[in-house]
Write a protein that binds this ligand. Structure first.
Ligand SMILES: [Zn+2]
Ligand SMILES: [Zn+2]
Length: 645
């Protein structure tokens, strides 16, 4: 008999050779129906794969990320099966699951294939899904695997096999289709109740522009039709909210081929918005004990060799900047951390000085492949709301709690109300890859777990997800249309203090090594603004929006009064503009609505006489007449209610 430990700690005795599905069945039939795969000692397995030894077991369903990815990857196999049935002789590259859905890279040879053909393939997939074919795993020798794909004349699989060692190779078969695959898979194709093939794109084999371009077919699948319908509606909504489209309409940012790909240019309105975000955070940070620092955009090669970033970013990054001095090499800054370490080192530090918190809106540069660039979410130059906290090991927990407070304050002010926190820890048993003492790791992991619990965060713990240099906490935020974004990271680091030989004098007068914490509530301002635009569909919170009001004079006669009112409101730090175009008031209102300006102040005969303005609220219409003073109050009260800490 073996012992199976479930996540709640209960232990089930079972025969060796029992499967995760058997265990699910012993709990309930409903659960067994929903189990897609399982985590056995933290490795994701087929739910029908026999368990030989005592282990930890977590049953995974559609509600788990690994459940979804297993279903999607299995759907890629189903896609391949459908393609082989419809287009005999096609050759197959790889077919992984992705963040949302899956793809398969296909070499159609002489056959022409376009998005017009997707529906036919989709129908075939549904037909094959209904046969409820099991995904059957089989260990296979390298020789037999090579023989199989040689016979099939699939050079791509043969190339993949070259990189694999005998004894580690598995095949998966469902219906008439066999694939070289490590797995895991869902039990059978019947779970795939709804499937949609979304688009066709070109993709170089192994991402290498020198190699053949294959056809990449993207798709997504669900266990219920209703979920597919909802997903497609979400996609439609996402398209309307696309930050690249809204960024243009709202005149926030642009790109120029002349300046360079992936290098955003902020227009005045976008710069105003970003400025607001920065000053908002700067103020909150000063309150929380951070000290602003400023560092240059480039650094000597030696700096990045010391930090290890040279090894990480060196060859695939922007190439060095050379000077007339032979042998002198500078790099564009890929990270702010090394510079901050040097600031820490500038002065001898004592235990009494800690924690020290250096904050900087630091612009960094990373070379992303041009195919990877996407609006503001993937760029080549971006500004992090970066800070580094240097503290004593026993201060980690308190510092985490303070950073959590700051992150929650930021989320609240920007109306991100739905989020979970992911705690990434070491592998539970294999620990040789981590730097830093076990004692410190234990302390830091415990500190993160306790800090999150004390702050009432809804958390998930992931083992084996920590970086080699320390555990971390990531905030996974759901936006208004249900997509999850990773925003805000707090990361413990034992590596850089070691590499930079950072020290402080302890109360024992000995030199000690501080712990470093990296944190960024926004992450990068560019990506954050992109997410924010899509979250609020361009309707920014009042405190942040570039134009809080527009003054709409009914005719030219009132333009002067409008300008005076503008100056007066500007003096109260309320931002807006006068629409003095020679247009009908109805048109001015429509345009302001389109530009999502929160308040429209209408100025005509009646208003000028009574020394008031008629106020319209965006999306709501007329809210009555206000004096200048009462309008200022309205705005300030609304902002204070959002920003109250
Ligand atoms: Zn597979
Ligand atoms: Zn850092």
């Amino acid at each position: 008999m073996i012992n199976i430990t479930l996540p709640d700690g209960t232990i089930r005795e079972a025969e060796a050779g029992t499967t995760p599905h058997d265990i699910a069945l012993s709990i309930s039939e409903g659960l067994a129906r929903n189990v897609l795969c399982a985590k056995v000692n933290n490795e994701v397995w087929d739910s029908n794969r026999p368990i030989a030894e005592s282990c930890d077991l977590k049953l995974l369903t559609w509600n788990d990320a690994e459940g979804k990815s297993t279903m999607w990857h299995s759907s890629a196999h189903l896609l391949a099966e459908a393609l082989e049935a419809l287009y005999p002789g096609v050759k197959l590259g790889i077919g992984p699951s992705i963040e949302r859905g899956f793809y398969y890279d296909v070499d159609f040879g002489e056959i022409s294939f376009s998005s017009d053909d997707l529906q036919k393939v989709e129908e075939k997939m549904k037909e094959l899904a209904r046969t409820k074919s099991q995904y059957i795993r089989k260990d296979i020798s390298k020789n037999d695997a090579v023989a199989y794909f040689t016979e099939k004349q699939d050079e791509y699989k043969l190339e993949l096999l070259e990189g694999l060692d005998d004894g580690t190779i598995t095949f998966y078969t469902q219906g008439n289709f066999t694939d070289l695959c490590r797995g895991p898979h869902i039990p059978n194709t019947g779970t795939i109740k709804a499937v949609k093939l979304l688009k066709v794109a070109g993709a170089y084999w192994r991402g290498d522009v020198e190699r053949k371009q294959l056809t990449r077919i993207y798709g997504i699948s669900f266990p219920k039709n209703k979920e597919l319908t909802e997903y497609l509606e979400m996609l439609e909504e996402a398209e309307k909210r696309d930050h690249r489209k809204l960024g243009k309409e709202l005149e926030l940012f642009t790109f120029s081929q002349k300046v360079g790909q992936g290098l955003p240019l902020w227009l005045p309105k976008g710069a105003a918005l970003r400025e607001k975000l920065e000053s908002f955070l700067r103020k909150a940070q000063v309150k929380a004990g951070y000290q602003p620092v400023i560092t240059p955009h480039i650094g000597n090669k030696e700096l990045y060799v010391c930090s290890g970033h040279y090894d990480k970013y060196g060859e695939d990054s922007f190439q060095p900047i050379n000077t007339p001095n032979e042998g002198e090499e500078f790099y564009l800054k890929p990270m702010n951390c090394p510079h901050h370490c040097e600031i820490y080192k500038a002065i001898p530090r004592s235990y009494k000085d800690l924690p020290i918190r250096f904050a900087e809106f630091g612009t960094v540069y990373r070379y992303e492949q041009s195919g990877e660039l996407h609006g503001l979410t993937r760029v080549r130059g971006f500004t992090q709301d970066d800070a580094h906290i240097f503290c004593r090991p026993e201060q980690v927990k308190d510092e985490f709690k303070k950073v959590i407070d700051l992150v929650l304050y930021v989320f609240n002010a920007l109306d991100f109300t739905d989020f979970t926190a992911q705690i990434s820890l070491r592998h539970q048993t294999v620990r040789d890859k981590y730097i830093g003492s076990d004692e410190n790791w234990d302390k830091a992991e415990k500190a993160i777990i306790e800090a999150s619990a004390e702050k009432g965060l809804d958390t998930v713990v992931e083992y084996n997800e920590a970086a080699f240099y320390g555990p971390k906490l990531d905030f996974m935020v759901k936006d208004a249309i249900g997509r999850t974004w990773q925003l805000g990271t707090i990361q413990v680091d034992y590596n850089l203090p070691e590499r930079f030989e950072l020290e402080y004098a302890g109360s024992d007068n000995q030199a000690h090594r501080p712990v470093m914490i990296h944190r960024a509530p926004f992450g990068s301002l560019e990506r954050f603004v992109a997410v924010l635009i899509e979250h609020c569909a361009g309707k920014f919170p009042l405190w942040l929006t570039p134009d809080q009001f527009t003054i709409l004079p009914i005719s030219e006669r009132f333009n002067e009064q409008a300008q005076n009112l503008l100056i007066s409101l500007n003096n109260y730090d309320i931002r807006g503009f006068v629409d003095d175009r020679n247009e009908k008031i109805g048109k001015k209102i429509r345009d302001a609505e389109l530009k999502k300006v929160p308040y429209m102040l209408i100025l005509g005969e009646k208003e000028v006489e009574s020394n008031t303005v008629s106020v319209r609220k965006q999306g709501e219409g007329d809210i009555g007449s206000f004096t200048e003073k009462s309008f200022i109050e309205l705005i300030n009260n609304q902002i204070e209610a959002t920003l109250a800490q």
